[in-house]
Ligand binder design. Structure first.
Ligand SMILES: [Zn+2]
Length: 491
């Protein structure tokens, strides 16, 4: 029994001794007896390893990142953030080569190049800010200039900047202010090479204008096309077409069959605001006056005097955002040529033998007082149809009239239309009056042509005071009604 225990103890002792030997050998393998100076490399606080020479490591990394340097055209690639190199004295034996350190870091984290991070703050609540990377600030400045020039001709910008704008002779614009309506911050920073980095002005301009980077969309001009028709068929306003095709200066420019034109939807990331003092001439629509004539049959009419549009000269303050009128205020209105009323005689004599009278399309009145300015016509805007005329200029609180007689079918303050009224004119036509500051009629009420139904305002989703005046056929607005250009009522 005793012998067995003794043998066991010897065995245990032998084990401990051999263990200690192994430990020492290991220790001697990992540590040295005299300390030496190295650089300890950390990545996010974790040790990557030791290197002998910091400069050599940096040079190696720089050499290794040739591809990245060529791609961005830069001289230097930087180690990622979170890499910390500290000089220290150690007993550790193991020193890694620059190559080994580089490989470990590249596997974990992207490298960076020197550039700028640009933050474009969104003006819409709940919308994300746009952050983009550029190699140098110059690219961004130039791209912004190009975007501005898409909306304001270069020459006008220069004249504004140099204070050499020609005076307004009869009609024209004087730019009072040009600015980008976003808070933009530019920060020098080290940008990860796995992020998108803009290296040239052209690509960045395209991104700022179209909100994305996709292939240009082209249309080939066919026989009979006009700039207006191509724009409309591709859901562009004519002005938008001219912005994406700067080689054309007006909608009247000639197109040649087979010619390629751009039809991409613009969706600018920045808002270029231009405020002008403007003098414009605008046609004033003539009114139609009807006179009842008991000698003429019911349902017949006769034009006594042809109507003639007049001409008003308006002095205005106009604010345009990305080429589109955002606000227009008329300061002064002068009648150059008064309009001439169209006089129509309408028969009132009824068949004594019975029968159904024909439906009469009455004549229409303009829904606002004069001094008005059409800030947006019926048609496409930003790829969506604008189903109305926007009439501005006559001011907050000015009267809004029923364009024709009828029955009020909607009168409410709801949604993006704000305070709005819809009138059923009984002949298949419906008119809509939106963004009013007040409504003076209620559902079911009969209204006469030219009766005041509300006041101009900017309720609902409206930029600036204006009347959103819509015309629909055979159904209610935004339901089953067919949107029509309200201008047809006055032609
Ligand atoms: Zn509108």
């Amino acid at each position: 029994m005793m012998k067995v225990i003794k043998t066991g103890l010897i065995y245990v002792f032998a084990c401990i001794v051999s263990f200690l030997i192994v430990m020492f050998v290991n220790f001697a393998d990992r540590y040295e007896l005299s300390p030496k100076q190295v650089y300890k490399v950390y990545l996010d606080g974790k040790v990557v390893g030791n290197v002998k020479d910091k400069q050599k490591l940096e040079d190696y990394i720089n050499e290794e990142q040739k591809e990245i340097k060529e791609k961005y055209g830069v001289d230097k690639v930087y180690v990622p953030t979170g890499v910390d190199i500290q000089k220290c004295v150690t007993y550790e034996k193991n020193v890694l080569t620059a190559k080994q350190i580089n490989n470990i870091i590249t596997k974990e984290k992207p490298f960076t190049v020197e550039g700028y991070k640009i933050t474009i703050k969104s003006n819409t609540e709940g919308e994300d800010d746009i952050i983009l990377n550029v190699l140098n600030k110059d690219i961004f400045d130039k791209a912004i200039k190009s975007v501005v020039n898409a909306f304001v001709p270069k020459e006008d910008v220069l004249n504004y900047e140099n204070d050499t704008q020609p005076e307004i002779k009869e009609t024209g614009d004087l730019i009072e202010d040009i600015y980008v309506d976003q808070n933009i911050t530019i920060k020098h920073s080290y940008i990860s090479t796995d992020e998108d980095i803009f290296t040239d002005e052209k690509t960045l301009t395209k991104y700022l204008m179209f909100g994305e980077l996709k292939e240009d969309q082209y249309y080939t001009v066919q026989e009979g096309d006009t700039i207006d028709s191509i724009a409309y068929n591709n859901k562009l306003a004519t002005e938008e077409f001219l912005i994406v095709n700067p080689e054309f200066t007006s909608a009247n420019n000639l197109l040649s069959v087979g010619q390629q034109v751009k039809v991409g939807l613009i969706n600018p990331i920045v808002d270029v605001v231009v405020e002008t003092h403007s003098v414009v001439d605008q046609e004033s629509q003539y009114n139609t006056v009807t006179e009842e004539d008991p000698t003429m049959m019911y349902g017949t009419e006769k034009v006594i005097t042809e109507g003639q549009n007049g001409l008003n000269r308006l002095t205005m303050k106009i604010k345009k955002v990305n080429g589109e009128i955002n606000n227009a205020v008329t300061l002064n209105s002068e009648t150059l040529t008064p309009s001439i009323d169209k006089v129509v005689k309408v028969g009132t004599k009824v068949y004594s033998g019975g029968g159904t009278p024909a439906i009469m399309t009455g004549s229409w009145v303009w829904p606002t007082i004069s001094k008005y300015y059409i800030s947006s016509y019926f048609g496409y805007r930003w790829g969506k149809i604008h189903e109305a005329l926007d009439i501005a200029g006559s001011g907050e609180g000015s009267p809004i009239f029923a364009a024709g007689s009828g029955t009020v079918v909607t009168s409410q303050n709801k949604g993006s239309l704000g305070n709005h009224v819809t009138i059923d004119h009984g002949n298949g036509y419906y008119t809509l009056y939106a963004h009013m500051s007040s409504r003076l009629v209620s559902v079911g009420q009969t209204v006469q042509k030219a009766q005041q139904i509300g006041t101009m305002g900017h309720t609902g989703f409206a930029t600036g005071t204006h009347l959103h005046f819509g015309l629909y056929k055979n159904g209610l607005p935004y339901r089953n009604g067919i949107p029509m250009d309200p201008m047809i009522l006055y032609r």
